[in-house]
Design a protein around this ligand. Structure first.
Ligand SMILES: [Zn+2]
Length: 413
């Protein structure tokens, strides 16, 4: 069995290394401190007996667990990210361990009166009797995704210590800069050389995800005409007024604050304007590819109609695709999801299969030729001071990794 103390110690060692990434630095990796964890991981992977360990110039770690069976089975991979979110500080993380949690309020920080309460975070109640790791209320925890990193290292160690468990070749990769959207950018899929992989980067126990948004950004630039307001009749074109009409032309219900599950949206996240020029910045999201294309078309169409009416091209729309729903790439190889579902059920986990309302590195990897669903790593309340993780969920995630390795070797026997 996977020992709770052992996995806790490893997790704490990783979360106390600050690896916050930086969205404003174009360098790769975006922060130097990600190397600190990378170097520790290279040593740990060496110590447990992994092979072909590489740390490349972009801070990607890859390593191999060789097959211990005679016949050939597909090489599979496990992926996690080393960085933590720039949304909240990851410096001086001081994890607190609450053993045998009883469903009460957890005081994160007495002095600052910061409390993690099941009144507000009711998911806590499903972990009564378990060991919960929290922050001290002043930082994030970094379970996203150091839980994933911990689980992969621990599963590999377990398989090495238990040669009686049969498995094919396994590849693992730890990436930098996932939180700033670049985790897949310099991922060398050819070098990784696996048939498929899993990111261990989901939230609560049971999560299994293979659908995410199709995503694009849209920039609407509106040009106006400035004239002295006292003499402006029939002459002035106020770009902010046109912007206002443009915004009102989009369906008012299709915004993030009014949508859930498979409902897509237009999200106006920035606007800047004066009479002469207004710029609107949107993101467009939809799981369905047709509806996604229709959304992009609608934004163009509204601009076209304005320009017709104004008799001049004053509204300009610039749309850029950001990422696509991995479902298109996963459905043709659906057995890679089914395997995980089977493993979860066998070890008493209820699979929670739901669409991601965002993107993952796995979606980009899937489009680079490495189909890559996402599995829970166990944490909750990512990217903030209320982040926490039950140790038992980390143990279960580790068992899922071991179980997948076994199941693949059985299926292809
Ligand atoms: Zn993550």
């Amino acid at each position: 069995m996977i020992e709770k103390k052992h996995i806790t110690d490893r997790f704490i060692k990783y979360v106390t290394i600050d690896t916050e990434s930086d969205p404003n630095n174009p360098a790769f990796p975006s922060t130097e401190n990600q190397w600190d964890l990378a170097k520790v991981l290279v040593k740990d992977l060496t110590d447990i007996g992994m092979q072909d360990i590489t740390l490349d110039e972009n801070c990607y770690i890859m390593a191999t667990l060789p097959s211990n069976i005679e016949y050939r089975v597909p090489t599979i991979g496990f992926v996690a990210h080393m960085d933590t979110s720039p949304d909240f500080t990851g410096k001086n993380v001081k994890p607190q361990i609450v053993e045998n949690y009883q469903g009460n309020d957890i005081i994160l920080n007495e002095e600052k009166n910061i409390i993690l309460s099941p009144d507000y975070f009711e998911d806590l109640l499903q972990y009564k009797g378990q060991t919960i790791i929290t922050t001290d209320g002043t930082t994030l925890l970094g379970a996203d995704d150091k839980a994933g990193v911990t689980e992969i290292v621990t599963a590999m160690e377990y398989l090495i210590k238990h040669p009686e468990i049969k498995h094919g070749k396994i590849r693992i990769c730890f990436t930098p800069d996932e939180e700033v959207g670049k985790g897949a950018h310099k991922f060398d899929v050819n070098k990784f050389d696996a048939e498929w992989a899993y990111t261990m980067d989901g939230s609560q126990i049971g999560e299994l995800e293979y659908e995410n948004f199709n995503a694009a950004s849209a920039k609407i630039t509106i040009t106006g005409k400035i004239v002295h307001p006292g003499y402006a009749k029939g002459k002035m074109i106020n770009s902010m007024q046109i912007a206002n009409e443009y915004i009102a032309s989009l369906p008012p219900e299709e915004v993030p604050e009014k949508t859930s599950n498979y409902e897509g949206f237009f999200h106006l996240h920035d606007m800047n304007g004066n009479v002469e020029k207004t710029v609107l910045e949107y993101i467009i999201r939809d799981h369905d590819l047709d509806l996604f294309e229709k959304r992009k078309y609608l934004m163009q169409r509204i601009a076209f109609d304005f320009n017709e009416r104004l008799n001049e091209d004053l509204v300009e729309v610039d749309i850029n695709n950001q990422y696509f729903n991995m479902k298109e790439k996963i459905v043709p190889v659906m057995h890679i999801v089914d395997i995980v579902e089977e493993v979860m059920k066998e070890i008493g986990i209820k699979p929670l299969i739901k669409p991601i309302r965002g993107g993952t590195d796995g979606s980009q990897l899937s489009y680079k030729g490495l189909p890559c669903p996402n599995i829970f790593a166990g944490g909750h309340n990512f990217h903030g001071r209320f982040e926490y993780i039950p140790v038992e969920s980390m143990v279960k995630a580790t068992e899922v990794i071991v179980g997948i390795a076994t199941k693949v070797s059985e299926k292809y026997a």
